[in-house]
Design a protein around this ligand. Structure first.
Ligand code: SAM
Length: 236
C-alpha cells in the first residue's frame, strides 16, 4: 500500500491481522509516497485544472511510485474513492483470491485521474467506495477493505465456519447472538438456543436472519436469486 501517512496503516499489524502476518499467511508492505517526490519540499499535490477548492495529487509522483510498486508479481490496483463502486462482501471474496493487491491511498481532492488511466493500461484497477460519505483520506478505507479481505484467507480465522455464516455470505444479515448468563438484567436468552435441538436452532437462526434483513435491508432480500429461499423461508 502507498500512502503519505504510512503510520495510519499501523493497526493492520494488530490482533488477527498481525497474527496472520507473523504466521506467514500474508505479507504487507507500506510505502511512503514521499519517497518518490522530486523536489526538496517533497510536494505531492498541486492546484486543480479548471479551478475549484482543494488540491489534487500529482501524477508524476504517483506514476513513479506505482511503476515501482506494481513491478514484480502480477497485482490488482485498488484505489479507494467515494466515487468508486461499493465495496461488498462479494468484492472482498474476489480480492481474497488475488495473489497481490496494491492500494493507493488518496488525500485532498484525490489522485490525478491519469494515474489510474495509465495504470489500467497494465493492471486491473478497481476504484472502490466503502460507503456514501466522504473521509479525509484513503487510509481508513484501506484498513476496512484489508480487514474484510484478510479474514477470508484460508487459515486466518480459527473456525472457517465463522466466515461462511457471517452476514452477507448467504445474502442475508446475521441474526442476534447470545452468550452466558441465561438471564441478564431481566432479559432471557431465547429458549430454543438452549434446547440442544440443532434442527430447531438452525430454523430459528434462519428465521431471525430473514426477519432482520426484511426490516433493516429489504434491498438485500430483493437481490436474492429466486432459488435462495426455501418453502419455510417463504412462509415467514
Ligand atoms: N473529491 C473527492 C470526491 O468528492 O469524490 C473526495 C476526496 S476525499 C476528501 C480524499 C480521499 O479520501 C479520497 O481520494 C479517497 O482516497 C478517500 N475517501 C474518502 N471517502 C471515501 C469513501 N467513502 N470510500 C473510499 N475512500 C474514500
Amino acid at each position: 500500500m502507498v500512502s503519505i501517512f504510512p503510520s495510519y496503516l499501523a493497526p493492520l499489524r494488530e490482533a488477527l491481522l498481525g497474527r496472520a502476518i507473523s504466521r506467514g499467511l500474508l505479507e504487507l508492505t507500506v510505502h511512503d509516497l514521499r519517497a518518490w517526490t522530486h523536489d526538496v519540499h517533497q510536494a505531492v499535490d498541486d492546484s486543480p485544472y479548471g479551478g475549484g477548492p482543494g488540491m489534487v495529487m500529482r501524477p508524476q509522483v504517483w506514476g513513479d511510485a506505482l511503476d515501482d510498486v506494481l513491478a514484480g508479481p502480477p497485482a490488482r490496483l485498488v484505489v479507494p474513492t467515494p466515487a468508486g463502486r461499493p465495496f461488498t462482501q462479494a468484492l472482498a471474496r474476489e480480492f481474497s483470491a488475488e495473489e497481490r493487491l496494491v492500494f493507493a491511498c488518496g488525500r485532498y481532492e484525490g489522485i490525478d485521474q491519469r494515474v489510474l488511466d495509465d495504470a489500467a493500461r497494465r493492471v486491473t484497477v478497481d476504484e472502490v467506495s466503502i460507503g456514501d460519505y466522504v473521509l479525509v483520506g484513503g487510509e481508513v478505507a484501506v484498513l476496512a477493505i484489508v480487514e474484510a479481505v484478510v479474514r477470508l484467507l484460508p487459515g486466518v480465522l480459527g473456525n472457517p465456519r465463522s466466515a461462511a455464516e457471517d452476514s452477507f455470505s448467504d445474502g442475508l444479515l446475521e441474526g442476534p447472538a447470545y452468550t452466558r448468563p441465561e438471564v441478564w438484567r431481566g432479559l432471557a436468552v431465547p429458549d430454543v438456543l438452549r434446547s440442544g435441538n440443532h434442527a430447531l436452532i438452525d430454523r430459528w437462526r434462519r428465521d431471525r436472519s430473514l426477519e432482520r434483513t426484511h426490516r433493516r435491508r429489504p434491498d438485500l432480500l430483493e437481490a436474492l436469486p429466486a432459488d435462495a429461499l426455501d418453502r419455510a423461508d417463504r412462509a415467514l
